[in-house]
Structures are given as C-alpha cells and as structure tokens.
Design a protein around this ligand. Structure first.
Ligand SMILES: N[C@@H](CCC(=O)N[C@@H](CS)C(=O)NCC(=O)O)C(=O)O
Length: 195
C-alpha cells in the first residue's frame, strides 16, 4: 500500500505515528504528494492528504478511516466506553489540526486578501480545544491509543506552526503529558520540518 503524504501535514503524522507504533510502517510506501497533483483527486476526490492507496487499486481517506484500517486488530482503538473517549479525543485533536491548517493558509495569503477575522476565529477554536484537553489531561496517563496519538500530532503541529501562541503557558498538565509522549521514537522520528 502507498500513503500519499506531505511532510508537514499533522494528519499524515498521526497516521505514520500509528503505523510505527503498530510496527507496520515498513509495509507502507510513502509517496510525497502535492495536494494540487491532479492524480491525487482520482484517489481522493477531496484532494487531501493523507490518502492511502491499497494494493487492489482502491483508496481510503480521511485520516481516521486510514487509522482504523491500519489498526484492524484494534490495538489502539479500544473497546467499550474507552472507545468513545478515544474517538472524541481524536475528533478534538483533528479539529485543532483543521483550524491550525486553515488559519495558517489564511495567514500566508497576500496582505489585502487575508481575513484577520477568519484567522482569529481559527485561533479561538485552537485555544478552546486545547483548554478542553488541559481539563482532561490528568486522565491521559502513560498509555497510548488513537485519541492520544491524535492529540500528540495536534500539539506537535502547534509547536511547528504556532510556536508564538506558547500553548504550554496556561496548560501545565497537557504540557507535562506531551513532554513524556513526545519522547516516543515514533514521535521523535516524525518531527515536522519545512522541506
Ligand atoms: N479530515 C482530513 C483532513 C486532511 C487535510 O486537511 N489535509 C490537508 C493537509 S494537512 C490537505 O490535504 N489540504 C489540501 C486541501 O484542503 O486542498 C483528514 O483527517 O485526513
């Protein structure tokens, strides 16, 4: 299988961290992709990465679907009540990534074309979502599941693109948890950098 990817996408990072934690990353061929590549739209009509091309020629998107497919044995998708906690956290973290990516796209638009109101609205979402995570960070523990992998990918994106927001300052529990989680080899080897 092939993963269409961009090295700076936090959604891709979530998928790759999961694959490394599952020990299946070597089975996935990484294919660097510009989201404007016309053939990406033939695999994912939404033209987004990550997109997973399967050996039978079909494709899977978006990142929660790809993660569920890769973790078909549910090692990191827990059962019972924990399942919904993990899925909700993944949704919250994916929302941070969405707001972060949209906000950054807007910031990069030429002066005169960008909307400060839109950027502020996205930052409000980021901050509200991280405040919600701070409230439950005590319960994160030292385990790992798809929700926590997603939270780590989102916080990694905050460090990468929103360092000036200094998210740790008012979120000490989340910061302490992330400091530990970020030591995992899967996190260390996927730190994003501009190409
Ligand atoms: N909900 C999607 C979001 C993926 C996404 O927004 N990817 C960005 C890169 S970080 C992208 O491909 N953007 C291109 C576009 O929106 O046209 C997922 O979870 O996979």
């Amino acid at each position: 299988m092939k993963l269409r990817y961009s090295p700076t996408s936090p959604f891709v990072r979530k998928v790759v961290v999961l694959a490394m934690e599952l020990g299946i990353d070597k089975k996935i061929e990484l294919q660097r992709t510009n989201t404007t590549d016309p053939d990406l739209a033939t695999q994912n009509p939404l033209g987004k990465v990550p997109s997973l091309l399967l050996d039978d020629g079909s494709s899977l998107y978006d990142s929660p679907v790809i993660c569920a497919y890769l973790d078909s044995a549910n090692k990191f998708h827990p059962a019972g009540a924990a399942r919904w906690t993990a899925q909700r956290r993944q949704a919250l973290a994916d929302g941070i990534m969405d707001a972060g990516v949209l906000g950054r796209g807007e910031m990069l638009r030429p002066a005169g074309e960008k909307s400060e109101k839109f950027i502020t609205a996205q930052k409000t979402k980021l901050n509200n979502a991280m405040n919600a995570l701070e409230k439950e960070a005590d319960s994160f523990g030292d385990g790992i599941d798809i929700g926590l992998i997603a939270v780590a990918a989102a916080l990694g994106y905050m460090d990468f693109r929103y360092a000036s927001e200094n998210w740790r300052a008012s979120r000490p529990k989340l910061a302490r948890w992330y400091e530990r989680f970020a030591q995992r080899p899967s996190m260390q080897t996927t730190v994003p950098k501009d190409a």
